[in-house]
Design a protein around this ligand. Sequence first.
Ligand code: AMP
Length: 280
Amino acid sequence: MEIFKQIAPFKAFLKGAKLAGKTVGLVPTMGALHKGHISLVEASKTQNSVTVATIFVNPTQFNNPEDLKKYPKTLDKDVALLEKVGCDAVFCPETEEMYDQPSRIKFDFGHLDKVMEGQFRPGHFSGVALVVSKLFNIVEPHHAYFGQKDWQQFAVIRTLVEELKFGLELHYVPTMREADGLAMSSRNLRLDAQQRAHATIFYKALSYAREALRSGQDVADVRKRVQSMVDQEPGMRLEYFEATDSKNLTVLDNVKNAGQVILCIAGYAGEIRLIDNLFL
Ligand code: AMP
């Protein structure tokens, strides 16, 4: 596996691959890789002759400086995992390589970046769109892979690709979970044993909500129950639970006669913020 820290040699490698007629799949990550990330690499490998992963903890998408500072970094282990799964190249630049000057560009996705994550993490999606645009321009992939776990991110990136005419095909990959249902996340590495045990409440609450809504209960009643489920778990705090239209993220009071609905949850285990979702 080739490892690049600089844009220029990475681009030269990609140019060579494309001139040889190869299709390129891109898997952007922030590292501290787990099986969820690896499933994106595997999805890319089934559809592309060359798969490249990127590892970059993007400062402009962190609205909380403490979260950025404490974001787990396991580069050697990440590289070994990528090598093992047969990834062809990894790009892991320093911050200065990606941001050689302070950025002046801000993105506004309207409703898509105002609800849910947007409400609680102002500026987050602008930073995501900025770094993903840079990566799309550097790699010019044929396909790019993102996780369902960050569904709102996927909705934002879909808009970015459509509006800015990035000529690539986007894919999302279902969320990989631990045996007890907890969505795999790099931030899980920061949970202590007690928090780890209680953090499954977010998946349990989503699973309850899915069944309750399917059996015709009101969103408002379900939200109350989700709130009390999370409140009963020591150290856990609910930030939001919403039922939304999966495409435009319209928040729904009523899921009857809606299109595809996705249930989204966010909350804290101590000071560690976790998100998850399930399609209804
Ligand atoms: P991150 O490193 O957290 O920025 O995630 C990189 C990519 O992996 C994003 O597209 C995430 O949505 C995706 N991802 C994160 N966790 C999971 C998971 N548990 N299952 C599948 N994909 C995931």
